[in-house]
Design a protein around this ligand. Structure first.
Ligand SMILES: Nc1ncnc2c1ncn2[C@@H]1O[C@H](COP(=O)(O)OP(=O)(O)OP(=O)(O)O)[C@@H](O)[C@H]1O
Ligand SMILES: [Mg+2]
Length: 282
């Protein structure tokens, strides 16, 4: 169950404050509490996050949805340590991101977080195999046998064994994104964040990538947090959290595309009434 906003609820969970790997099934792999993010200042300030508290449970696939500009990417970036909160707390496992200096934050991102973006962001001069192992090569984690076995399994999961020595330019968009997914999971991170991972793909390649993310969670016990505006994509998740005007407004467990679509339609008509929105000039 995604721990929702504003309520007393179960709190940050037993993993909080302790190191990774000691958690239970309900541990949050990542969590933000009272998260506020303000861009700019004065009259032009935009309150992109307006007091969001949400946990992303370990071993689960969570989708973040909401209208354009509702703060989805901001939430993901702040939860993943790519950007800093104006106030509030962001934790990955037991680590409070705001307490880390730049060097430690960089190490944490490298060792414990994976990313998939809408643009595949592969290194064009490296082969598929080299792109996949890049995070581990950077972390010098590649030598051990467990890592080699993990990578080997990943290559089969993403179905790229016959493309290992190709370069990205020789692959379709869907294949490139599958490489990016394998790369995100290569270092066995605590959590993989994906921002519109199917945004540049046709629906069939998108389906492949979504199934992959789902399989990583269910068969390889990974944690995925995915921003999407597509109800069909969100239906691959175990739960959906809905943002509007920088606030968490709802959560849904076991989503279907129809249920998500209905919910989105509903707050199309109500979001205008959300009080105290960020008040940004449009
Ligand atoms: N670097 C920035 N500087 C100023 N304002 C920003 C910046 N990044 C985002 N914003 C503003 O913060 C708000 C939330 O943006 P965010 O990118 O998180 O939305 P989103 O939900 O991901 O939207 P989309 O679905 O269009 O990607 C928007 O009003 C946006 O204009
Ligand atoms: Mg976005």
């Amino acid at each position: 169950m995604t721990t929702a906003t504003g309520q007393p609820g179960p709190g940050p969970g037993p993993g909080s404050g302790s190191g990774p790997g000691s958690g239970t099934a309900t541990r949050d792999a990542a969590r933000v509490t009272d998260a506020v993010k303000v861009y700019g200042s004065g009259d032009t300030a935009v309150r992109a996050l307006d007091g969001v508290s949400v946990g992303f449970p370990a071993g689960r696939f969570t989708a973040i949805m909401g209208p354009s500009g509702s703060g989805k990417s901001t939430l993901m970036h702040c939860a993943a340590g790519l950007d800093t909160l104006t106030s509030g707390s962001a934790r990955i496992g037991g680590a409070e991101l705001g307490a880390l200096d730049d060097r430690r934050l960089t190490l944490l991102r490298r060792d414990r977080v994976g990313f998939v973006f809408q643009a595949f962001n592969l290194v064009p001069t490296l082969t598929v195999a080299e792109n996949i192992t890049l995070p581990m090569d950077l972390a010098k984690k590649r030598g051990d046998r467990a890592s080699a076995e993990w990578t080997d399994a990943l290559i089969d999961v993403v179905g790229l064994r016959d493309r290992l020595h190709h370069r990205p330019a020789e692959l379709s968009g869907g294949q490139q994104q599958r490489v990016a997914v394998a790369r995100a999971f290569a270092g066995r991170p605590d959590v993989v964040f994906a921002d519109e991972p199917t945004g540049n793909l046709d629906s069939r390649s998108g389906e492949d990538v979504l199934r992959l993310l789902g399989r990583a969670v269910r068969q390889m016990d990974r944690t995925v947090v995915m921003v999407t505006h597509d109800p069909v994509a969100a239906a691959h998740a175990d739960e959906v959290v809905f943002l509007a005007d920088g606030r968490l407004v709802d959560t849904m467990t076991d989503p279907t595309a129809d249920k998500v679509l209905d919910r989105l339609k509903e707050f199309d008509t109500t979001s205008a009434a959300v009080p105290g929105g960020k008040g940004a000039p449009s």
